[in-house]
Ligand binder design. Structure first.
Ligand code: F6R
Length: 610
């Protein structure tokens, strides 16, 4: 987590640094800061500003006339040390000459700090990052690139770094190990950022850094010591996202925009991915012959990606008859997992940077296994390190709570289930019907979104509740889990999800007249059992909000609130419409309670800590 930016060029660095940080705030928003270098009486000087709180706090203390030809900036998600002005980045070395912004964790910072303290260095903050400028200062003898390289030889941990020295004007040295980092190349200007969303609009030419890269950035160009003859042209890529994708486009919040974009975004997930002739899905990244013989598919993932994968695993198992599982990536290594020769792993990650999922991937690779990826960010580490896979094509997702990327993951799972099922006995006729259901999903979601006002009214009515239960059976259980997560992460209301058959085994003790239960009730084989569970809740005076299917009058008559999604032919296609209603409910609840929907407290979008 944490976002870093940097600029060297002919223009004023400050607008880019601030706009760039605004685009990267999703990576962390506990505090922010910038250091700007400029010439005063022919002498280079630094001006440093940093502030706890959201970026607006920093902007509030910047002098209007602040300008400089180079600078670096940071938006923080706190790991070591409280959220204070002092712990905010950038950090200066004791002599005030070296400035550093850092994303990552320096694991041996205590050892480094003690050694530097013995040499007389005084530390102001509680952070691990502050050792870096002091370490670089210790090695600096007029060549910043060399000093950074020497300093990093002593560092154990992960980092994306932007480092500058006041005695070396118009120069930034960047280094990557673990955290993402990209350099944008324009005429007479170079941009550094944790991700391209901060650069888009300034230039379309970028270089994604790889682990181990250390690069000097000046207005004259880049110095890439790792690349023979400094011939880095081959590494330049075009940014594929548009500036508009990173804007709110008339919505008040990114989350509302992203919820409403879902009909189009799920369409992108399946566009061009059908072979109508053969009634199957075309996913070239899943063509490996291991899929013909495997008898075990395991998704490794975290948070919402775990919930979408629980859904996906059930779907694949049901249709393709391949035993399939989803495992929480942060727990994966603890059982010293057995990686069988024909086992298939799928790393599922919107950001493609989640450290826990990357670790699980490393464990599998080290044991000789194959890991395929389902990622949204094509340039991400997981996407690059996978043995194949599929992109979600959800477009840029900026709100911290995922919505459209979750839906697109579900879409990819529908495609995988179809593809594997067709390889293993699903008839062509059934394949064709399955495709029709997928094609129908955007219209279904468009229709479901028309319930927006109703969900808003419900959120208002139930906004005093302190606890919620989310309940569903079968494929609806993971959707209930996602619904509960959405509510708790953006409205801070306690919400727990259960397989509704489980409530009688304990959770029903939580039910009273103040604890509403949200039931997901498709008109499938689970319906009657779920209705029994609803009655158990009603018998204990628990208010029930049912998300059901249009025309289900019996259900409507026994619950307090009823919201319906349109009917579908194949009952396994209710997940996305029902999920959309849960997303809207959480969204309006958070708005009703005055919460910051896009940047919920304590969270960050890209979770690169362990
Ligand atoms: C919840 C949410 C998180 C992420 C989780 C994994 O709204 O966004 O739970 O799903 O941090 O992130 P990725 O998918 O980027 O690996």
């Amino acid at each position: 987590m944490c976002g870093i930016v940097g600029y060297v060029g002919e223009e004023n660095a400050v607008p880019y640094l601030i706009n760039g940080l605004r685009k990267l705030e999703y990576r962390g928003y506990d505090s922010s800061g910038i250091v700007v270098g400029k010439m005063v009486n022919n002498k280079p000087v630094f001006e440093l500003y940093k502030k706890a709180g959201k970026l607006t706090q920093l902007v509030g203390v910047l002098p209007k006339e602040l300008a400089g030809s180079w600078g670096i900036g940071h938006t923080r998600w706190a790991t070591h040390g409280m959220v204070t002005d002092t712990n905010a980045h950038p950090f200066l070395s004791n002599d005030g000459k070296i400035a550093v912004v850092h994303n990552g964790i320096i694991e041996n910072f205590q050892t480094l700090r003690s050694a530097l303290e013995k040499e007389g260095v005084k530390f102001a903050s509680e952070t691990d990052s502050e050792v870096i400028p002091n370490l670089v200062a210790r090695f600096y003898k007029g060549d910043l690139l060399a000093a950074v390289r020497d300093a990093l030889c002593n560092v154990i941990g992960t980092y994306a770094l932007a480092i500058t020295c006041v005695d070396d004007p118009n120069k930034i040295v960047v280094a990557k190990r673990g955290g993402p980092l990209v350099i944008g190349l324009a005429d007479g200007a170079y941009y550094v950022a944790s991700d391209v969303s901060a650069i888009v609009g300034n230039t379309s030419r970028v270089i994604y850094l790889e682990d181990g890269d250390i690069v000097e950035v000046t207005p004259a160009g880049l110095k890439f010591p790792k690349i023979e003859n400094n011939d880095y042209a081959k590494r330049i890529e075009e940014i594929t996202i548009s500036a508009q994708e990173t804007e709110k486009c008339g919505y008040d919040t990114y989350m509302e925009k992203e919820i409403n974009e879902q009909p189009e975004s799920i369409e992108r997930a399946f566009a061009g991915r059908f072979d109508m002739e053969k009634a199957t899905a075309k996913l070239s990244g899943f063509e490996d012959e291991i899929f013909q013989r495997t008898n075990k598919i395991t998704a490794i993932c975290a948070g919402s990606s775990y919930y979408s994968s629980l859904f996906g695993a059930s779907l694949i198992e049901k249709y393709a008859r391949i035993p399939s599982y989803a495992e929480i990536s942060s727990e994966f290594a603890f059982k010293n997992p057995i990686v069988g020769r024909d086992d298939v792993y799928i790393a599922v990650s919107q950001s493609g940077e989640t450290a826990d999922t990357r670790d699980a991937m490393t464990e599998i690779h080290e044991k000789g296994g194959k890991v395929f990826g389902i990622c949204n960010v094509p340039s991400s580490t997981i996407a690059r390190e996978s043995d194949g896979g599929a992109f979600m094509h959800a477009g840029v997702e900026i709100a911290v709570a995922t919505t459209k990327a979750f839906s697109n993951t579900i879409m990819i799972y529908y495609l995988l289930a179809l593809k594997f099922a067709r390889q293993r006995g699903m008839s062509k006729e059934d394949g064709a019907k399955f495709i029709q259901e997928i094609l129908h999903q955007p219209a279904l979601i468009r229709e479901t979104l028309k319930n927006s006002k109703k969900m808003k009214a419900l959120a208002k009515k139930y906004s005093k509740a302190k606890d919620f239960l989310f309940l569903g059976r079968g494929l609806m259980h993971p959707i209930a889990m996602e619904g509960a997560l959405k509510l708790k992460e953006i409205s801070y209301i306690h919400a727990e999800a259960f397989a509704s058959g489980e409530i009688k085994h304990g959770p029903i003790a939580l039910v009273n007249e103040k604890t509403p239960s949200v039931f997901l009730v498709p008109d499938d084989y689970t319906r009657d059992m779920v209705i029994s569970n609803i009655k158990e809740i009603k018998a204990r005076k628990g208010p029930v909000i049912a998300i059901g299917v249009e025309g289900d009058k019996d259900l409507e008559s026994i619950v307090d609130e009823f919201v319906a999604v349109p009917k579908v032919e194949n009952k396994d296609f209710y997940a996305l419409p029902m999920l959309v209603l849960c997303q809207l409910f959480a969204f309006y609840m958070a708005k009703e309670l005055g919460c910051d929907v896009d940047q919920p407290r304590n969270l960050a979008k890209s979770v690169t800590t362990r």
